[in-house]
Ligand binder design. Sequence first.
Ligand code: PMP
Length: 424
Amino acid sequence: MITAKSDSADTLVRTDAQSFDVEAIRRDFPILQQTVNGKPLVYLDNAATTQKPRAVIDAITDHYLKDNANIHRGVHELSVRATAAYEKVRAKVRDFIGADRVEEIVFLRSTTEAVNLVAQTYGHSVIQPGDEILISTLEHHSNIVPWQMLCEQTGAVLKVAPINDAGEIILEEYEKLLGPRTMLVAVTHVSNALGTITPIKEIIDIAHRSEVRVLVDGAQAVPHTPVDVRDLDCDFYAFSSHKLFGPTGVGVLYGKYDLLNGLPPYQGGGEMILSVSFDGTTYNELPFKFEAGTPNIAGVIGFGAAIDYINAVGMERIAAYERDILDHATQTLSAIPGVRIIGTATEKASVVSFVVEGVHPHDVGTILDQLGIAVRTGHHCAQPLMERFGLTATARASFAFYNTRDEVDALADGIRQVIEVFGG
Ligand code: PMP
């Protein structure tokens, strides 16, 4: 078992640095040890949500068995323990993404909520009618719709940086779209639908040269690649625990301290105040100003266990292992006549979107499911991106570090069966 106690290095058991013991890792994920439709489960829907190691499940259970209480307000022992455990995770997240301060880490519900928070606070503080917000064709609906809503509310205009046929943002076009009215760039770090890793540092540098702030949607980046927000110099970075082997219902917004500190609150309620009277309210300090109401305490604690687990495996090693899986999947699938991979960027995370000639992606997904193979089919919450490729849907296999080359081969066999069934 990969044990993960980041605060006591002597209990940390790492697999040999050169090898990647995927079977040992798989044993840490109880859900993977099952059959589906009589076949061993092959879970390839990690871009939608990842599975949880036992350490995460245990951390949540332990919290409810031993420490459950509301946080920040109680003087009693359980509340003190729960508060300490919750705040410890904030420091883990800070270190995980290389932020300067714990105050820069805001716990929310999801990436989606983080983007909405920035749209409704930063957006409303700076946007005037006719101002522009610049996104890209690659975006997930979560990084489109909040900006469209802001545009409707303020009279701002949404601009979209185009991509090439490989699914890469065309940097020259992006740069041309940055104008005197651009108030924010909001771009994904990794595309959920195609796997493209965007040149995010360059995108940020270009925007900063024009003094434009940048929000990065990091939902699909943090599970696959080390992220250092200080090195990137992004202004905001959003991601979700559940894509990072942690529980659902927890998201993170990183924001530079001075920037976050200058923003108005997002939601009102308990926790985000210092004092309230009927004459007025004084808001709390960062990060609590943005954390109205009782948060997902157990979820955050489980998320801390996920970060410990990933750190124990090692993010660099995860990235290297997944590169091999991606290469194998790309070669194997593209060798099947009738299969076309959508998204062929030079820099990709372990996501393979594909279409099978003459077969609807939903049928591909249904037949694969009968074989115990879970893939995603549909528009992947990126309808404008699908439209760019003249498609309404693809099938998508998205890999995590617990997936194996054998599972890639099982997927390829499954696709061959799909083609046989449809008389290809
Ligand atoms: N952005 C990207 C790139 C995503 O893949 C997702 C989830 N599919 C989101 C944002 C939204 O994440 P959540 O549903 O956790 O808010």
